[in-house]
Write a protein that binds this ligand. Structure first.
Ligand SMILES: [Zn+2]
Length: 305
């Protein structure tokens, strides 16, 4: 695998050197059935897995076409060990179409147990599954779109316009004050006790750096003057790319919370965070998330088991 230069945080979904065999997508026979085809099933953020004796999870590659005669698009996810791996997003289970012996698990919850060889496959399967689930009609004329390029392009048969899978950039930032305290907040939509660093979507026409500064200003009224990029991870639920930053507050550390968005927020020293975790007053995001990687980066080690 390739190595990155500079300060860098990664999560189980940040991988370098995986191969999606994108150059094969133009081959019109690449999705045809064959002895060398394996199917990877996804459904609304979950992916089909099998578990090792030691608890490690692997992509479950099936030999039979799981579409059961439906017209779900196939997506070439790449080649593994000589097999063409084709992603298939399946609909909700029904009496006609259940999941015989299939173990579908939410990628958000299990990413830290996934074998690293399969993380990119699983993330791509989930991301492309969400896209094919939501993108069915031409935004120009409403005609039903047709898949091309091994499932990576959808074309309108009426006006020829092409749709490509989208990724929405979101910044996530660990804000520190002059005393090196960390800002943690509870989003109004989070359960009680659940705290994380701030995050928000990048707006059209905005740089990543400006998005960090704007979001922190809007959500807690703190002025950020310095940011440092730390790493990224896909977060295909349904289509985000998380870009992680360290950020430093300038001047006052006084917090003014945006009511609808932020339920609580406060600065923590490392000792205060340890005490709050020990007392079970707060919970942190799971170890597969960029938010958690940023918290641990500030803390100096894993803040929570
Ligand atoms: Zn159209």
């Amino acid at each position: 695998m390739a190595k990155l230069r500079g300060p860098h945080l990664s999560t189980p979904l940040t991988l370098l050197g995986s191969d999606r065999d994108a150059l094969l997508r133009g081959d019109e026979t690449i999705l045809e059935p064959g002895e060398d085809v394996r199917y990877l099933v996804s459904r609304a953020g979950a992916v089909s897995l099998r578990e090792d004796e030691d608890g490690t999870l692997h992509a479950s590659l099936e030999t039979e076409d799981p579409r059961g005669g439906t017209r779900q698009p196939l997506v070439l996810l790449g080649r593994r060990e000589g097999y063409r791996v084709l992603g298939v997003e399946v609909p909700e289970p029904s009496p006609e179409l259940d999941d015989p012996g299939r173990d579908l698990r939410d990628l958000r919850r299990i990413a830290d147990r996934l074998h690293e060889r399969d993380a990119d496959l699983a993330a791509a399967a989930v991301a492309m599954g969400f896209w094919h689930r939501s993108m069915r009609h031409c935004p120009q004329c409403g005609a039903v779109l047709e898949a091309e390029m091994a499932g990576w392009v959808l074309r309108c048969p009426e006006d020829g316009t092409e749709q490509f899978p989208r990724t929405d950039p979101a910044v996530i930032m660990a804000v520190r004050d002059a005393q090196d305290r960390l800002l943690l907040a509870r989003n109004a939509h989070f359960p009680t006790g659940f705290h994380s660093v701030l995050a928000g979507f990048v707006e059209p026409g905005e740089s990543l750096e400006n998005a960090v500064v704007r979001e922190v200003g809007e959500e807690v009224g703190v002025i950020v003057e310095e940011v440092e990029y730390m790493g990224s991870q896909p977060w295909p639920f349904p289509r985000s790319l998380m870009l992680g930053y360290r950020a430093w507050a300038a001047g006052s550390a006084e917090l003014t919370l945006q009511d609808e968005e932020i339920a609580e927020a406060r600065w923590f020293t490392r000792e205060e965070l340890a005490a709050a975790l020990e007392a079970d007053e707060i919970q942190l995001p799971g170890s597969a998330s960029m938010g958690r990687a940023l918290i641990d980066d500030w803390y100096g080690r894993s803040a929570q088991k």
